[in-house]
Design a protein around this ligand. Structure first.
Ligand code: 16G
Length: 256
């Protein structure tokens, strides 16, 4: 018997509701997590047990659990069961250092991996051509990735590099900056802007968060030492994991 059984055994569906049954099961779990009755790492009883406890069908429980897994509330481990997911870790990210995702995560002792969403050569969109200051007809190499730290999805990153700087996208492994460095094309300066946004359905699915979750949209334009633009990257970082930290100094005219 699971430790979490009382949560399901003792909870009763509150007064009649018009919400579908599976949505009420979801709410029950979400409320139990919020109240601390279900803690991160707790094992959830099997579908059949929960169905019996709540006197509903297994199909309903399965649908509720599937959505809770997709939203990152629960995790399913093959052969071992369903558990309450761990909360996202928060990272402090200095805004003044030009580093790569791989470097940032290595500094924190985390392992990175990624799913490639696109790694190809093509013509730039008008926006990309403008941001990269490309001549007409110049191609770009595209690197779209879902990036993870210790298995947790952290960001969706869409990097575009002028083709002449990185002509073989398939030659890029874990780190784009490492590949640029090998070719002597590592950026030395970058301009970065960010704003708050909400994840659309596709982004939310990739990051395993509910649709509409807060995120940071970050745009980075990076330069080589000679002033040429080497990178235009747009990313969605999950909003619950990053604190961007900037050091501020008093403006000289104010301190006088
Ligand atoms: C960071 C950069 C991104 C760069 C990537 C290279 C931000 C917001 N973005 O994620 O512009 O392309 O690092 O990382 O910091 P990599 O060398 O690990 O592929």
């Amino acid at each position: 018997m699971s430790l979490t059984q009382p949560v399901f055994a003792l909870r009763r569906f509150e007064s009649p509701s018009h919400a579908p049954l599976y949505a009420r099961v979801k709410k029950l779990v979400q409320e139990a997590v919020a109240a601390g009755d279900l803690k991160h790492g707790d094992a959830i009883p099997g579908e059949r047990d929960v169905a019996q406890m709540l006197d509903i069908s297994r199909v309903t429980v399965r649908k509720a659990f599937a959505e809770l897994v997709a939203e990152g509330v629960l995790v399913q481990r093959r052969g071992s069961g369903t558990y309450v997911a761990s909360p996202a870790r928060r990272f402090e990210q200095p805004l003044s250092r030009l580093t790569s995702f791989t470097q940032d995560m290595e500094l924190r002792g985390l392992k990175t991996d990624a799913d490639w969403l696109d790694r190809s050569v093509g013509l730039p969109t008008p926006e990309e051509a403008l941001k990269l200051s490309l001549s007409p007809g110049e191609h770009v190499s595209r690197f779209h990735r879902l990036r993870r730290a210790d298995g947790l999805p952290m960001a969706i990153e869409r990097a575009v590099i002028p083709h002449k700087f990185l002509p073989n996208p398939l030659g890029v492994g874990t780190s784009l900056y490492a590949a640029l460095e090998v070719r002597g094309m590592l950026p030395v300066r970058a301009l970065q802007r960010l704003h708050a946004t909400a994840l659309n359905g596709e982004e939310a699915k990739l990051l395993k968060l509910p649709e509409g979750s807060p995120a940071l949209f970050i745009e980075r334009i990076s330069y080589l030492a000679d002033g040429r633009i080497v990178e235009f990257t747009r990313s969605h970082y999950r909003g619950d994991s990053y604190d961007f930290v900037a050091e501020l100094t008093i403006a000289p005219e104010v301190s006088r």
